[in-house]
Design a protein around this ligand. Structure first.
Ligand code: ADP
Ligand code: ZN
Ligand code: ZN
Length: 734
């Protein structure tokens, strides 16, 4: 007789790709792919997911599956197929990919994994009127005033403590009624939604007539539901992209299929989330790593049970267990946070396109500044381009001036604010309007340097200069180490001429206060938002008009929809541009476009000022002109010349060790192997020190593979655990 077997991906914390094992299916156990099971592995009992049935039967004795953890398959067939794609593309274990699809509370709680309600789930009391209560309403039973009101409220359909209180009744009275048999008490689970997402956004544009551009985009998407087609919805902020997502989602739901909406960072995209909740209510589930394990489990469970069929979240929302996915949206598709920086190192947008091919769902990527790789795919016909060229309501994009900082220096202006920016700031504040000043460096100064001997104060663990903060401390922006006091004499030569150089947000804040002494100025950066909720508080102070100027980092590039902001000033547009990375120009263009988009969102219009030492650079010129196409052409030209994506793909191999020789030896050895193995199929670049050559006491090195299918080279060498593998990295600045 033949035995049936199951291939199981086990969650055992093993490394290496081969972590699926065959087990016998005991008679009487009805297994299906996607089932969560308990199996023995060595001496241990571990959890695992059934990948397939009746795989290649191996001659040796097989152990049987110990138990089924939950009667329903927890992963759908399309999810298992997507896990297979991720394992293959990103060269990670199938078990890692499968595990990423389960809520952490479930995947980690082996071996006694139970699919109960989440730990700590809250319940609330609910009440209903009993038949005896209905009779009592017509008199004959003596009731206190509060009890009578409560009974009437129950008769009218009141249900929760809140309902009762609203009607003038109370839980205490309802319990008294229950004791007398006039009412019944029950319990129900309370859905835990973090307060940030309970924003009640009014759904103003639900019934608005679609603009012609929106209408044709929608028609194309709806025609493609079920075909696996991918789209690039290319439109500036406020061009109506979100409204297109909402309407495409409604159409998908009407066909009985589910929707997944990916957003890069849920806190910074709270408005998009709120609009989905406003339109689809309880059908929305939120899946995001900022939720507690219990909250995530609850939301996941609502999707599995079919209660929620609109899933919104960051990366991992793509793995929601919807029975049928009809549409996946990836908003702000260019954001690097779509790439997971730990195993499995998948890119959620690229994986969404793969899910389209697997399950036939339509995939819509939205952005004002798409990755040039995405733009290239659209131009080549792999994606359909859907342009939304104008802002809804005829708002113009802010005219932007480029200020050459070299000329400022020549004219003797040593301030961080150019003459033009200072004047514009003063004018803005004097007219009762608001301004945003952007700089992506925290702190006051970026380096503390001795003018006599050149000594630079550095973090001993990372070997990079400490940043000077206004409270007098030195902070390492790489590992967070702090030295409480900056030296007032050079530790190397004893000279008192030790100075702070470079510009951070704190210094800009100070100079702004000096330039507009009567304005209220606030600062928003990672130092300022340590306290939870201060991002929202800063936004609120600007929205209410309490503050006039906000100085900050990237954090204010998103979500700040402030109609009274008429000036956006970029203090130094070059900080990212000067980084040695293949995406430096692209990130610069994206960031500048995003920040400039904060200006002129109201009737008063707006303007932008970009300060730069590189006024001729194509990324800066194109950002000032709001000209994506010119930027993309120039960028793609450079990418083509060097074989960077989309003209070649990359694999980044990184390693680290406490001793420099260890790292050097290890990387020289792998480099030689790879060169032999590559045999002309890919270039092997390096070995080189990583951009963060030292971090928290470890030396770091990297090797880069570049070619058409560089990951194939990895099949020909055996990599040790000391290397991390990043296929399609979004940056080489590890
Ligand atoms: P984006 O996602 O591109 O930033 P939104 O969809 O948020 O754009 O649209 C910008 C603003 O215009 C929103 O306030 C939205 O409610 C409104 N809006 C969108 N489409 C329409 C329309 N067809 N008619 C009127 N208002 C619209
Ligand atoms: Zn010195
Ligand atoms: Zn450090």
């Amino acid at each position: 007789m033949t035995h049936r077997t199951a291939e199981v991906a086990v969650f055992a914390g093993l490394r290496g790709p081969a972590r699926t094992f065959s087990y016998l299916i005991p008679s009487g156990l009805d297994l299906e792919p996607g089932h969560l099971v308990r199996v023995g592995l060595g001496q241990r009992a571990v959890a695992g997911v059934v990948i397939s049935l009746d795989g290649a039967v191996v001659a040796r004795e097989l152990r049987p599956v110990d138990a089924l953890v939950h009667p329903l398959p927890l992963l759908r067939p399309h999810q298992l197929a997507l896990a297979g794609w991720i394992a293959e593309r990103y060269r990670c274990g199938l078990a890692d990919a499968v595990r990423a699809m389960l809520p952490p509370a479930l995947a980690s709680r082996a071996p006694n994994t139970k699919l109960g309600t989440a730990r700590g789930e809250r319940t609330e009391a609910i009440f209903a009127i009993a038949p005896a209560g209905k009779e009592a309403m017509s008199g004959g039973v003596r009731l206190g005033a509060r009890q009578l009101v409560t009974l009437r409220a129950l008769a009218a359909g009141a249900f929760t403590a809140r309902d009762l209180a609203d009607a003038g009744g109370s839980t205490v009275a309802a319990r008294a009624l229950a004791r007398r048999g006039l009412a019944v008490e029950g319990k129900r689970a309370v859905r835990r939604i973090p307060a940030e997402f309970a924003l009640a956004e009014e759904d103003l544009s639900r019934d608005a007539i679609a603009t012609p551009a929106q209408a044709s985009a929608l028609a194309a998407i709806i025609a493609a539901l079920g075909t696996g087609r991918g789209f690039l919805l290319h439109g500036v902020t406020a061009s109506g992209k979100t409204e297109v997502y909402l309407r495409a989602a409604a159409e998908t739901l009407a066909r009985g299929e589910g929707v997944i909406v990916l957003v890069p960072e849920i806190i910074l995209t709270a408005q998009v989330v709120a609009r989905f909740i406003a339109r689809f209510g309880d059908r929305v589930a939120l899946l995001h790593s900022a939720l507690s394990a219990g909250e995530r489990f609850d939301e996941w469970r609502r999707v599995l049970d079919g209660v929620a069929d609109v899933v919104i979240g960051s990366r991992s929302a793509l793995f929601a267990p919807l029975e049928r996915v009809g549409l996946v949206v990836a908003d702000e598709e260019q954001e690097p946070s779509y790439k997971q920086e730990s195993d499995p190192r998948y890119h959620a947008v690229d994986a969404a396109l793969a899910l389209g091919r697997i399950s036939g769902c339509a995939v819509v990527l939205g952005s004002a500044t798409p990755r040039v790789t995405t733009y290239h795919a659209a131009r080549a016909g792999a994606l359909t381009m859907l342009p939304l060229p104008e802002r809804v309501g005829e708002l113009a994009l802010p005219p932007t001036t480029v200020v050459d900082l070299r000329l400022e220096l020549q004219s003797g202006n040593r301030s961080t604010l150019s003459q033009a920016l200072r004047a514009a700031l003063q004018h803005t504040v004097a007219s009762g309007e608001q301004a945003i000043l952007y700089l992506n460096r925290r702190g006051f100064a970026t380096v503390v340097l001795c003018r006599d001997c050149g000594f630079v104060a550095k973090c001993p663990a990372c070997d990079i200069p400490y940043a000077y903060h206004l409270d007098g401390s030195l902070v390492c922006h790489r590992c967070g180490r702090r030295a409480p006091r900056a030296p007032d004499r050079c530790p190397a030569c004893g000279s008192p001429r030790i100075r702070q150089l470079g510009v951070g947000t704190q210094r800009v804040e100070e100079e702004v206060r000096a330039a507009v002494p009567r304005a209220k100025v606030i600062r928003l950066d990672r130092d300022a938002v340590r306290a939870k909720g201060s991002h929202a508080a800063a936004y609120e102070r600007m929205r209410s008009g309490d503050a006039q100027v906000i100085v900050g980092t990237q954090m204010l590039a998103k979500g700040f929809d402030l109609p009274r902001v008429t000036l956006v000033g970029v203090v130094n547009a070059d900080t990212v541009l000067n980084l040695p990375d293949f995406t430096a120009a692209e990130r610069t263009f994206q960031l500048l476009t995003q920040v400039l988009g904060r200006s002129g969102r109201g009737a008063a219009g707006g303007r932008g000022i970009l300060q730069t030492y590189l006024p001729e650079h194509y990324a800066i010129r194109a950002a000032a002109a709001h000209d994506y196409l010119t930027f993309a052409e120039a960028e793609l030209e450079g990418r083509r010349r060097f074989g960077y994506p989309p003209f070649g793909r990359l694999v980044l191999l990184s390693t680290q060790a406490k001793k420099l020789e260890t790292v050097e030896h290890r990387s020289a050895e792998l480099f030689e192997w790879l060169r032999e193995a590559a045999a002309g199929d890919a270039e092997v670049l390096g070995p080189a020190p990583a951009f963060a050559a030292k971090r928290a006491g470890s030396y770091r090195a990297q090797i880069v593979l570049r070619g058409a299918r560089p990951e194939d080279v990895l099949d020909r060498v055996s990599l040790s655990d000391e290397w991390t593998v990043d296929v399609d990295p979004v940056t080489l600045l590890g």
